[in-house]
Ligand binder design. Structure first.
Ligand code: THU
Length: 128
Protein backbone atom coordinates (compact mmCIF):
# COMPACT_ATOMS: atom_id res chain seq x y z
CA UNK A 1 0.00 0.00 0.00
CA UNK A 2 1.58 3.27 -1.10
CA UNK A 3 0.84 6.65 0.47
CA UNK A 4 -0.99 7.67 -2.71
CA UNK A 5 -3.18 4.56 -2.57
CA UNK A 6 -4.08 5.31 1.05
CA UNK A 7 -4.92 8.91 0.11
CA UNK A 8 -7.08 7.60 -2.74
CA UNK A 9 -9.07 5.43 -0.31
CA UNK A 10 -9.47 8.37 2.07
CA UNK A 11 -10.77 10.42 -0.85
CA UNK A 12 -13.35 7.76 -1.70
CA UNK A 13 -14.61 7.75 1.92
CA UNK A 14 -14.78 11.55 1.83
CA UNK A 15 -17.67 11.14 -0.62
CA UNK A 16 -19.69 9.59 2.25
CA UNK A 17 -19.19 12.55 4.58
CA UNK A 18 -22.41 13.58 6.34
CA UNK A 19 -22.02 17.35 6.58
CA UNK A 20 -25.41 19.13 6.44
CA UNK A 21 -24.10 21.90 8.74
CA UNK A 22 -20.55 22.75 7.66
CA UNK A 23 -20.62 21.26 4.14
CA UNK A 24 -16.92 20.56 4.76
CA UNK A 25 -16.21 16.99 3.73
CA UNK A 26 -13.25 15.08 5.14
CA UNK A 27 -12.07 11.55 4.40
CA UNK A 28 -9.56 9.38 6.22
CA UNK A 29 -8.04 5.93 5.89
CA UNK A 30 -5.98 4.08 8.47
CA UNK A 31 -3.51 1.35 7.51
CA UNK A 32 -2.93 -1.45 10.03
CA UNK A 33 0.42 -3.08 10.65
CA UNK A 34 -0.89 -6.20 8.91
CA UNK A 35 -1.86 -4.23 5.80
CA UNK A 36 -5.62 -3.82 6.19
CA UNK A 37 -7.27 -0.47 5.53
CA UNK A 38 -10.28 1.08 7.27
CA UNK A 39 -11.82 4.25 5.88
CA UNK A 40 -13.96 6.90 7.47
CA UNK A 41 -15.64 10.26 6.94
CA UNK A 42 -16.83 13.06 9.17
CA UNK A 43 -20.35 12.60 10.52
CA UNK A 44 -22.02 15.75 11.81
CA UNK A 45 -24.87 16.09 14.27
CA UNK A 46 -27.54 18.73 14.93
CA UNK A 47 -25.97 18.95 18.39
CA UNK A 48 -22.73 20.14 16.81
CA UNK A 49 -20.38 18.91 19.52
CA UNK A 50 -21.38 15.31 18.81
CA UNK A 51 -19.79 15.48 15.37
CA UNK A 52 -17.25 12.75 14.69
CA UNK A 53 -14.24 13.65 12.56
CA UNK A 54 -13.16 11.47 9.64
CA UNK A 55 -9.93 10.40 11.33
CA UNK A 56 -11.70 9.19 14.46
CA UNK A 57 -14.37 7.41 12.41
CA UNK A 58 -11.66 5.45 10.56
CA UNK A 59 -9.68 4.68 13.72
CA UNK A 60 -12.75 3.66 15.74
CA UNK A 61 -13.93 1.40 12.92
CA UNK A 62 -10.56 -0.35 12.93
CA UNK A 63 -10.39 -0.64 16.71
CA UNK A 64 -13.93 -2.02 16.85
CA UNK A 65 -12.79 -4.78 14.47
CA UNK A 66 -10.05 -5.72 16.93
CA UNK A 67 -7.15 -3.84 15.31
CA UNK A 68 -4.54 -2.46 17.68
CA UNK A 69 -1.36 -2.00 15.60
CA UNK A 70 -1.20 0.73 12.98
CA UNK A 71 1.25 1.88 10.33
CA UNK A 72 -0.19 5.11 8.94
CA UNK A 73 -3.24 7.34 8.59
CA UNK A 74 -4.20 9.49 5.59
CA UNK A 75 -6.59 12.44 5.76
CA UNK A 76 -7.90 14.56 2.90
CA UNK A 77 -10.21 17.54 2.43
CA UNK A 78 -10.74 20.45 0.04
CA UNK A 79 -8.28 22.69 1.85
CA UNK A 80 -5.74 25.23 0.56
CA UNK A 81 -2.86 23.19 1.94
CA UNK A 82 -2.73 19.58 3.13
CA UNK A 83 -5.58 18.93 5.61
CA UNK A 84 -4.37 19.02 9.19
CA UNK A 85 -6.04 16.83 11.87
CA UNK A 86 -7.79 18.66 14.72
CA UNK A 87 -6.50 18.49 18.27
CA UNK A 88 -9.00 15.86 19.40
CA UNK A 89 -8.02 13.57 16.53
CA UNK A 90 -4.33 14.12 17.27
CA UNK A 91 -4.88 12.81 20.79
CA UNK A 92 -6.69 9.71 19.45
CA UNK A 93 -3.93 9.19 16.85
CA UNK A 94 -1.40 9.42 19.69
CA UNK A 95 -3.24 6.97 21.97
CA UNK A 96 -3.19 4.35 19.20
CA UNK A 97 0.46 5.18 18.39
CA UNK A 98 -0.14 5.71 14.66
CA UNK A 99 3.42 6.56 13.60
CA UNK A 100 2.90 8.34 10.25
CA UNK A 101 0.23 10.85 9.30
CA UNK A 102 -0.27 11.67 5.62
CA UNK A 103 -2.12 14.93 5.03
CA UNK A 104 -3.51 15.76 1.61
CA UNK A 105 -5.90 17.99 -0.28
CA UNK A 106 -7.86 17.66 -3.52
CA UNK A 107 -5.19 19.61 -5.46
CA UNK A 108 -2.60 16.92 -4.82
CA UNK A 109 -0.61 18.65 -2.07
CA UNK A 110 0.74 16.08 0.39
CA UNK A 111 2.58 16.51 3.69
CA UNK A 112 3.72 13.61 5.83
CA UNK A 113 4.62 13.91 9.51
CA UNK A 114 5.60 11.60 12.30
CA UNK A 115 3.36 11.36 15.32
CA UNK A 116 6.00 13.19 17.37
CA UNK A 117 5.95 16.09 14.93
CA UNK A 118 2.15 16.24 14.82
CA UNK A 119 1.64 16.13 18.58
CA UNK A 120 4.82 16.86 20.54
CA UNK A 121 4.77 16.43 24.32
CA UNK A 122 1.55 14.41 24.08
CA UNK A 123 -0.41 13.25 27.08
CA UNK A 124 -0.38 9.44 27.28
CA UNK A 125 -1.26 6.53 29.55
CA UNK A 126 2.21 6.79 31.06
CA UNK A 127 1.16 10.15 32.56
CA UNK A 128 -1.60 8.57 34.64
N1 THU B 1 -13.22 17.66 10.67
C1 THU B 1 -12.69 16.41 10.46
O1 THU B 1 -13.40 15.49 10.01
N2 THU B 1 -11.39 16.22 10.77
C2 THU B 1 -10.55 17.17 11.28
O2 THU B 1 -9.43 16.88 11.66
C3 THU B 1 -11.01 18.56 11.33
C4 THU B 1 -12.47 18.77 11.23
C5 THU B 1 -14.62 17.88 10.34
C6 THU B 1 -15.52 18.08 11.54
C7 THU B 1 -16.66 18.88 10.94
O3 THU B 1 -17.60 17.96 10.37
C8 THU B 1 -16.01 19.66 9.81
O4 THU B 1 -14.77 19.04 9.55
C9 THU B 1 -15.80 21.13 10.12
O5 THU B 1 -15.10 21.29 11.31
Amino acid sequence: MTDNELIEIAQQYRENAYTPYSHFKVGAAVLTASGKVYGGCNIENSSYGLTNCAERTAIFKAVSEGEREFAALAVIADTDGPCSPCGACRQVIADFRIPRIIMANLKGDVKTMTLGELLPFAFSDSDM
